[in-house]
Design a protein around this ligand. Structure first.
Ligand code: THG
Length: 367
């Protein structure tokens, strides 16, 4: 294969040394960083997440910090989800849209104090965006990237491991709620969250010099539950219907097309970026929607890297934005971003690597 040339632009994760020691075999790039995606045993890594507990370096989930008297106002200007009732200690999954109502990121918004928010972003530069909007609107708020790097503990046994390290209070945390604490003197935020539907927590490290130490604390504490390394799992997330911004969306996708309409509140103030466009899109009805697709092919198909066109009765009706062989279903499954006229049960063909693959549209999630 080929190597990677590290530089100041391709910023190292604080967990880099730890994951190299674990035998990382694959990385992707995300927010100008490397994210481990595999450790050489894909099926083992999958079943560890489904049945046990898995440890992930997700430091690429960068935080955009909003600090100052207008932090809450800026958060609401950036997001068409109503944040007026968000409590300190609560996280909310929020779409961010541009002025045309196009989705430009889908962070978790954490409210740490009335004047302090973090947007835990997906793969696009929201620091530029937030700083520009704050300046143009004359807001009294500082936008920065703090020294914060999440590590995820995911799977049905994650709660036991995190409770063993942090205490039983973590068992009472509600989804996306968090608490600031220390683990053996290391400052962290502990949140019930993570990019899988198997349950778990994210530990936001607040001191990049302590990455290996924090990794090892969980590695050792989790040993009796069989903890081991993994990463955001492609197969599990497709089975679970989790949307990947930039993977399942493009430069024309609005939240209604990718099942995020329930996170848009049309009555948010008129100064929210994109709200006029979103009201119009909601009134007209979105032109596309997201469904699942199950291919007839019994053997795993190789979908390639790009979206694959989907046809119905010879006409292109949408795109297959991902496709994976499900270990639990033993079928090729994927997401169809498709004409709203196409519905569950429709027979379609996806052109995958030059071959027409017949399949059926289904509901999401698959499991
Ligand atoms: N954790 C943290 N930061 C992140 C992610 C994360 N930043 C990047 C990316 N992931 C942001 N995107 C998502 C997408 C989905 C979810 C979380 C972050 C998620 N969704 C649930 C669902 O769709 O079923 C629940 C949403 C809800 O009901 O509120 O968890 O993973 N720190």
């Amino acid at each position: 294969m080929f190597g990677i040339t590290p530089s100041a632009r391709l910023r190292p994760s604080p967990f880099y040394e730890a994951t190299v020691k674990e035998g990382v075999t694959n990385f992707t790039t995300y927010n100008h960083m490397l994210m481990p995606t595999a450790f050489g045993k894909p099926e083992e890594e999958y079943w560890r997440l489904i049945n046990g507990v898995s440890q992930w370096d997700v430091a690429v989930e960068r935080q955009v910090q909003l600090k100052g008297p207008d932090a809450g106002r800026l958060a609401q200007i950036l997001s068409p989800r109503d944040l007026s009732k968000q409590k300190v200690g609560q996280g909310k999954y929020v779409p961010l849209c541009n002025h045309q109502g196009i989705l430009i990121n889908d962070p978790i918004c954490l409210k740490l104090a009335d004047d302090l928010y973090w947007l835990s972003i997906a793969d696009s530069n929201i620091w530029f965006w937030a700083a520009a909007i704050a300046a143009e609107r004359g807001l009294n708020v500082e936008v920065s990237e703090p020294d914060v790097s999440p590590m995820a503990i995911q799977g049905p046994k994650a709660e036991d491991v995190v409770a063993h390290v942090c205490g039983d209070w973590v068992r009472e945390l509600k989804y996306f709620w968090f608490r600031e604490t220390e683990i053996q003197g290391i400052p962290v935020v502990v949140q019930r969250s993570g990019w899988s539907k198997q349950g778990g927590f994210e530990i936001y490290l607040r001191d990049a010099t302590k990455g290996t130490a924090l990794w090892n604390i969980f590695r050792e504490a989790g040993a009796s539950w069989g903890i081991g390394p993994g990463g955001p799992n492609w197969c599990e997330r497709v089975e679970s219907g989790l949307i990947s911004y930039g993977g399942d969306t493009d430069s024309t996708t609005n939240p209604y097309e990718v099942r995020m309409g329930k996170y848009v509140d049309l009555q948010v103030p008129d100064d929210t970026v994109g709200i006029y466009a979103l009201r119009r899109i909601a009134a007209e009805g979105p032109k596309r929607h997201s469904l699942g697709i199950i291919l007839d092919a019994g053997e795993p198909v190789k979908p390639g890297f790009l979206w694959n066109p989907i046809f119905k009765e010879g006409r292109k009706v949408g795109d297959l934005t991902n496709c994976v062989f499900s270990y639990r279903l033993q079928k090729n499954i994927g997401f169809a971003l498709i004409d709203s006229a196409c519905v569950i049960g429709d027979a379609v063909q996806a052109q995958v690597a030059g071959v027409m693959q017949p399949g059926k549209l289904t509901d999401l999630p698959f499991l």
